[in-house]
Design a protein around this ligand. Structure first.
Ligand code: HPA
Length: 290
């Protein structure tokens, strides 16, 4: 990234941070990034402010119909949250820096926890369609890293450690919460992010399985890298809308993905509400860290 382009980016982030600091009625501690078909999640939030992305300085605007573009500020079980209703994808033509602009801005406003959701295709044949996968680890197959280029030391370290990209105690909390809610189709696994927008071929599916991925999608990883760089803790969920069998490959249709994601949304809502409601189990570890 040319120095000029990078300093413009830094300036855009700073201007956005300054504007939101002035505008927001309170600063969120938790960010919830909503994925394909999961926008309805916001019905569970005691909403105080809805800011269309188009009204926020320098926010990118989503080009995908299935993604609304709003920053929602409110309380979930008393927790100050910002929900990103609509995300930006590499396949839309955005750079990973642009994709991660909202997470960077919210981290600089003091957010400490990122709950990230997506719709994904299952690769592990043991996963049933309609399952929720708590993300344990990821593979970045985008061929781009949002931290490439100059590093701003105040934003995070040059070489951020990713030995635990998703917080182990939060993963355990999520799996325990699933059990206590009686949600049986909740498992954990590795997510791989591919560039898209074309879906995988049977041969690619076989290979992605072989390299250890349980589910595949076109998002999430850039946001997680930036959140970890910024010192945020992360918990991720994939709604596994379809399961792809390389030996009996079926067409993957967006309508089906959206329909299944919408069907699973209430369970994911329930799970996230349960996790947030029991946040005392991880509050000391995450929110009180300097
Ligand atoms: N592949 C990639 N992304 C997806 C899929 C898939 O099968 N399903 C939902 N998002």
């Amino acid at each position: 990234m040319a120095d000029r382009e990078f300093s413009d980016y830094v300036q855009r982030v700073q201007e956005c941070v300054a504007k939101l600091r002035d505008t927001l009625p309170f600063l969120p501690r938790t960010v919830i990034q909503l994925g394909t078909g999961l926008g309805d999640f916001v019905s569970r939030i005691d909403t105080r402010l809805v800011l269309p992305y188009a009204d926020i300085p320098h926010f990118p605007v989503s080009t995908v119909e299935s993604h609304q573009g709003n920053l929602i500020l409110g309380y979930l079980e008393g927790e100050p949250v910002a929900a990103l209703q609509g995300r930006f994808h590499f396949y839309e033509g955005y750079s990973t820096r642009e994709i991660t602009f909202p997470v960077r801005v919210l981290s600089l406003l003091g957010a400490r926890l990122l709950l990230v959701t997506n719709a994904a295709g299952g690769l592990n044949p043991l996963i049933a369609p309609g399952s929720i996968m708590v993300i344990r680890d990821h593979l970045n197959f985008l061929g781009e890293n949002p931290l490439r280029g100059p590093n701003i030391d105040e934003w995070g370290p040059r070489f951020p450690d990713l030995s635990t990209p998703y917080h182990p105690a939060l993963i355990k909390t999520a799996l325990d919460a699933a059990r206590s809610c009686g949600l049986v189709k909740v498992i954990s696994g590795t997510y791989v992010c591919i560039p898209g927008p074309s879906l995988e071929t049977p041969a690619e599916t076989r290979w992605l399985r072989d390299v250890g991925a349980d589910a595949v999608g076109m998002s999430t990883v850039p946001e997680v890298i930036v959140a970890r760089h910024a010192g945020m803790e992360v918990l991720g969920f994939s709604v596994v809308s379809n399961v792809n069998d390389p030996d009996n490959f079926q067409p993957i249709l967006l309508e089906d993905i959206i329909r299944t994601a919408a069907k699973v949304t209430p369970q994911l809502q329930q799970l996230i509400v349960e996790i947030i409601a029991h946040r005392q189990s991880f509050t000391a570890q995450i929110f009180q860290k300097s």
